[in-house]
Design a protein around this ligand. Sequence first.
Ligand code: NIG
Ligand code: FE
Length: 397
Amino acid sequence: MLLTNLNAATMRDGYGLIEDAAVLIADGKIEWAGPRTEAPKGHEEVDCGGRLLTPGLVDCHTHIVYGGSRANEFEQRLTGVSYAEIAKAGGGIASTVRATRAAPEADLAASALKRLDALLAEGVTTIEIKSGYGLDRDTEIKMLRVARELAQWRPVDVVTSYLGAHALPPEFRENRAAYLSLVCNQVLPAVAREGLADAVDAFCEGIAFSVEETRRVFEAAKALGLPVKLHAEQLSNLGGAKMAAEFGALSVDHIEYLDQDGVDAIAASGTVAVLLPGAFYYLREKQAPQVATLRKAQVPIAVATDLNPGSSPVHSLLASMNMACVLFGLTPEEALSGVTRNGARALGLTDRGMIAAGLKADLVLWDAERPGDLAYPLGFNPLAAVIRNGELVRGTI
Ligand code: NIG
Ligand code: FE
């Protein structure tokens, strides 16, 4: 199939825009992409009506599998109670842990599918999903199984992260070290054995785990050959990102408080900076990530929804792109790179995120002329069609 009469944002370098382009798809892959006048001959042509083609979108940081709701905390925060205060009082992540432990697997899958559907409607073809609302062995495994299972129900690739070090479970309140032993010596090996996690994540923060505690988890991940990523420098600057860089972390996420030292460290390790403007927006944070410093150090920047019931009930990657521009000062080009090329890179995936020969044919056709049109509106979805592995899975061309 030769897609013709389109503008291709190949994302190979900036937008990598090719006007009046053609893209040849064969066996689920992109076989050729370039100007229409140079397209290979003799293929069935599909006219795309002059619309915009981008790579399939990658949401590289989500927590879409969870039980319960935290709408009550949203209301509390609006009266002035902080995210950290709610967490200290046994709400926050701990509240979702209670609900997730109690939820049957089928219920978790059903509610996660609804969230997934919202993301897929905007052209997401690859999603990362974290555990971290079970904390005990069985519930963490249940969450990761549900995450993997979603790919059987929808046309999407699911990448999973084991986030055992998300919060200290109440049954370990008096014994942090014992919980970390459980994570490192029992749950992580079990999860690795069953092939349930593609990476290991942790929450390094005053209200969660210290740098040294996180290091323990990363050592265990490394011993099992699993890559790491980190929720770091979201509410304060503990130096977690710098430590993560020592482990060659795939990404450090949030990073509002990351300083020059931390930026230099992740630049050297090739770690992706994942910006999560949804959490910044919902928590009404004041300190934005140092985008200019990241740019100067040529750190790849990704953007994700962080879809979760507490800090970021954001079910839209397009809205996240817009917020990354308005709240953090990203250019629309950086925002689109953030949900394509750099989103893929944050997951260690080199076979997608751009329109180039040899890559997976995950593509989105938009009722838009220019790539800048995607980050510009809020609450408007110009999606026309989604192709995944070379097959049309949504819309019409
Ligand atoms: O990415 N920062 C830690 N974890 C999630 C929030 C989880 C929650 O509040 O339930 C985040 O923001
Ligand atoms: Fe998160």
